[in-house]
Design a protein around this ligand. Structure first.
Ligand code: CJB
Length: 834
């Protein structure tokens, strides 16, 4: 039946309510209104920043309407919901994305023009929300976009860091320098809603006293407040606007009142500072763990606040806790939120007085765990003494889980003590450590990797014992995806328009049903279409060149092949292999006659990416790239044929300019080390080809687009372990194994790119252990690059490859991925807001 109007005169309310601005005149009215009132400014003194702020506030109003309706609708319908817990959400900019998803870009462009501004200039005013390191954080952002677009009731939970990933500067010597990223310092952030009324107390330290009934009393210690900030996540061509709830830490009271009253101001301020410190900064380490107390505090603070919020929302439905898994699914993005498992146990047992066995049932039917890497240095472990100190009750619960678990293992594999030691949640040693991946695995309903090969490696290496114990069916795969809204429509508007025109389908359709791109296949044979396709790539190259010109003052040869490697700096990703290959190319060019050089394809090589501030070898790789670029770009013999750029401060926004311009991109990790990769998907979606190893999602991309459209090289995963063993016990000098590489290393040592001694530690990683197998893959890498050159000579054939690649990328939409999570893991369904 019809609900009763809650207060006042319904008619007056209805007359006062506004709807989303959909025509140009209401858009301009709204912007002018924000200029005059929200900003207290006028046409006379309005600059681009002010105009951006006013336009953003206008879009914010539209988003709020949809967001409100969505949240009310979900509350009324009370469907099962899924929660995506991630310490990182690498959102990038919001303005353009929101306009496109709302279908209002044209109206705003026209309105802004009428007000005397240029849309592109306004878009450039926005700072990136860079609350993540790399792939893991960007994946979370793509999944939010897809959840909203597919009308799924999914919320994200994360932290509202005051400082995002550091800003990267490059010194004249090629050294990476880090600067803080105070992304909120500009004042109001139009894309979030502070919810000062939504807050929870989170406890640290103190004592946990077991009670006879199985519960425990956790008391004392430090209590801090978690305050909610809601970020609106609009779906594409739908009213559904989901929520990303980010927690900020605050002191429980402004000051420690006791100390304050006693005149001990220092102590009072200190404790309030220590509460605020929890969410102050994103840890800039990727694929490593450091065992720092503040990081563990972040993890608990965020999982505790999120779970309190989830439990409160569940309680509002009024169902018994036995039905919790019918209403709630919690996805752990890597092991960072694994404390959700003991924390939910604590809530159920200590607060809801549910017995252990029932509580464990609820937890293991609610929680799901995604693994993102098999690299040993990235597998989280926390020292037991630190856990006992910071989270005494959770440590008790972890010991209890472990006891029951190991009893069950012992029952299935009697007397197998090695197995028990391998599987235990506690690793013996000084100190003992809690193995978070083991806890995440046994506390979850499903465990998944992020590409077929990676999921196989999870099953056969790091969690092998667990597969043997629990059976195959708990362990599965969801291959990553990317949102075609940001990574095609937004970053490559001309290509998007050409696709709509060619398919004769509105983008509102194909952007949400990406397999429709298959319809482009026949047009690979259409010369006129190929011309348009190539012209767009060319204009995207010019757009990048313009960007480099205006930001770095460098002129880029847009008639060259654009070759791009952009990702976090890491030895396993092998930017080193790339720069060594570039130097090899340079040496080869230097030896050629003028006549031979005439036949060579010009190439521009772009690098971008940040190194963890403490990762010495990665920083040295940047230094080598920068100095090699300096020498090579200045050489009049070769500079028409080869130039190299390291673009500083890689970000989502920079990726949006680089990706559409690429002819070829590099995804060259040592086989078995890159779990999936997602930028590989972005390049291919934009018609760039790949040179890569047989690793991660490269394999599935090649299956989809055809092996003849991918340039594969290098050893395969099963060979890697043997090769490493050989390197350890039967080392062969580089000169013997790979003379071409030895020559390159000698040139570097000899000072061709400045003081050779500087690079010795980097070169020694190759000469000595060569853990990432650069000597093993170098020749076949150079061979693959030669194949690329060969293929590029036949321009028409290359464009065909480019078109076929884009046409076959439908599988890699994050819509497909999120629907797999929704259907096979979470059992949630779309809830459309009408
Ligand atoms: N990944 O970005 C990170 N950080 C980590 O600490 C571990 C893994 C990446 O996650 C991406 C999303 O699943 C993968 O595509 C990528 O291969 C992996 O390195």
């Amino acid at each position: 039946g019809k609900e009763k109007w809650p207060r006042g005169d319904e008619k007056v309310w209805k007359e006062g309510s506004r709807s989303v601005n959909t025509d140009v005149s209401s858009v301009t009215k709204s912007i002018v209104n924000h200029v005059q009132t929200s900003l207290a400014r006028q046409a006379y003194n309005l600059d681009n920043l002010g105009a951006y702020q006013a336009a953003a506030l206008s879009v914010r109003d539209d988003l709020i309407l949809n967001w409100n309706e969505t949240q009310m609708h979900y509350t009324r319908k009370a469907p099962k919901r899924a929660y995506y817990l991630s310490l990182e959400f690498l959102m990038g900019r919001t303005f353009d994305n929101a306009l496109l998803n709302l279908g209002l870009k044209d109206q705003y462009r026209e309105g802004v023009t009428k007000l005397g501004f240029n849309m592109e200039d306004l878009l450039e005013q926005e700072r990136d929300a860079a609350l993540g390191n790399g792939g893991l954080g960007r994946l979370a952002a793509c999944y939010l976009d897809s959840s909203a677009s597919q009308e799924l009731p999914v919320w994200g939970y994360g932290l509202r860091y005051q400082y995002g990933i550091f800003q990267q500067l490059i010194s004249p010597e090629g050294q990476q320098l880090e600067q803080p990223d105070p992304w909120l310092a500009g004042g109001e952030n139009p894309w979030e809603l502070p919810r000062l009324d939504v807050s929870y107390e989170v406890r640290f330290y103190g004592t946990a006293e077991r009670l006879p009934d199985g519960r425990a009393l956790w008391q004392g210690g430090q209590e801090v407040l978690a305050v909610a900030y809601d970020v609106m996540v609009p779906g594409c061509y739908t009213k559904n606007t989901n929520n990303l709830r980010l927690w900020e830490s605050k002191p429980k009271r402004g000051f420690d009142l006791n100390s304050f009253n006693a005149g001990d101001y220092e102590h009072a301020v200190e404790s309030s500072n220590s509460a605020a410190a929890i969410t102050s900064v994103l840890y800039p380490n990727d694929h490593t763990t450091f065992g720092k107390e503040l990081r563990l505090k972040q993890q608990y603070f965020w999982t505790a606040a999120s779970l309190a919020d989830i439990v409160r929302r569940f309680k509002n439905i009024g169902k018994p806790f036995s039905e919790f898994p019918d209403y709630v699914a919690i996805q752990l993005n890597d092991t960072h939120p694994t404390l959700a498992i003991p924390e939910l146990m604590r809530i159920l047992i200590d607060e809801e007085e549910i017995p252990w066995g029932k509580a464990w049932d609820i937890v293991t039917n609610t929680v799901f765990y995604t693994n993102h890497t098999v690299l040993p240095e990235a597998l989280e472990k926390w020292p037991v003494p630190l856990m006992e100190h910071l989270l005494p009750r959770h440590m008790q619960i972890i010991y209890d889980i472990n006891l029951f678990f190991l009893q069950a293992v012992e029952k299935k594999f009697p007397g197998d003590r090695d197995r028990l030691a391998r599987m235990s949640l506690i690793e013996e040693g000084f100190p003992k450590q809690v193995r978070m991946a083991h806890l995440a695995c046994i506390g979850s309903r499903k465990v998944n990797g992020v590409a077929e090969l990676h999921s196989d490696l999870v099953r056969t290496t790091i969690l092998k014992d667990f597969v043997e114990f629990e059976g195959q069916s708990k362990f599965s795969n969801v291959t990553n995806g990317i949102t075609p809204r940001r990574w095609l429509d937004q970053c490559n508007p001309e290509l998007s328009a050409l696709i709509s025109k060619t398919l004769k389908v509105d983008k509102s359709v194909w952007l949400k049903d990406l397999d429709r791109l298959k319809g482009l296949l026949p047009y690979a044979e259409d010369a006129e279409f190929r011309k348009e396709w190539a012209a767009i790539k060319q204009r995207n190259k010019e757009r990048l060149a313009h960007h480099v010109e205006t930001t770095l003052g460098l002129t880029v040869n847009t008639n060259a092949m654009f070759d791009v490697q952009i990702k976090r700096l890491h030895e396993y990703k092998r930017q080193t292999l790339n720069i060594l290959g570039v130097i090899h190319r340079y040496l080869t060019l230097k030896q050629m006659s003028d006549a031979e050089r005439k036949k060579v394809n010009p190439r521009v090589v772009f690098f971008a990416g940040k190194a963890a501030p403490g990762y010495y070898i990665a920083k040295l790789t940047i230094r080598l790239i920068v100095n090699a670029a300096r020498i090579i770009n200045a050489d009049p013999d070769t500079r028409n044929l080869l130039t190299v750029y390291f673009l500083p401060d890689y970000s989502v926004s920079l990726a949006e300019v680089l990706i559409p311009s690429s002819d070829i991109s590099q995804h060259i990790s040592t086989a078995g080390t890159e779990a999936s990769g997602t930028s590989n998907m972005k390049f291919c979606l934009n018609g760039g080809l790949l040179v890569g190893t047989v690793d991660g999602a490269n394999i599935e991309i090649a299956e989809a687009v055809g092996e003849n459209n991918v340039f594969f090289f290098g050893h395969l995963t099963p060979a890697v372990e043997d090769l490493r063993y050989q390197h350890m016990y039967h080392p062969v000098p580089v000169e013997e194994k790979c003379p071409a590489l030895a020559k390159v290393l000698d040139k570097i040592s000899g000072g061709m790119f400045g003081d050779g001694g500087v690079y010795e530690p980097l070169l020694n990683t190759i000469r000595q252990n060569d853990y990432y197998l650069i000597t093993e893959d170098f020749d076949s890498y150079i061979g693959a690059l030669e194949m690329v050159d060969q293929a590029y000579l036949d321009k028409e054939e290359w464009i065909k490859k480019s078109i076929r690649t884009t046409a076959n990328m439908g599988k890699f939409s994050s819509d497909r991925a999120i629907l797999e999570y929704a259907e096979s893991f979470w059992s949630i369904e779309p809830v459309k807001v009408t």
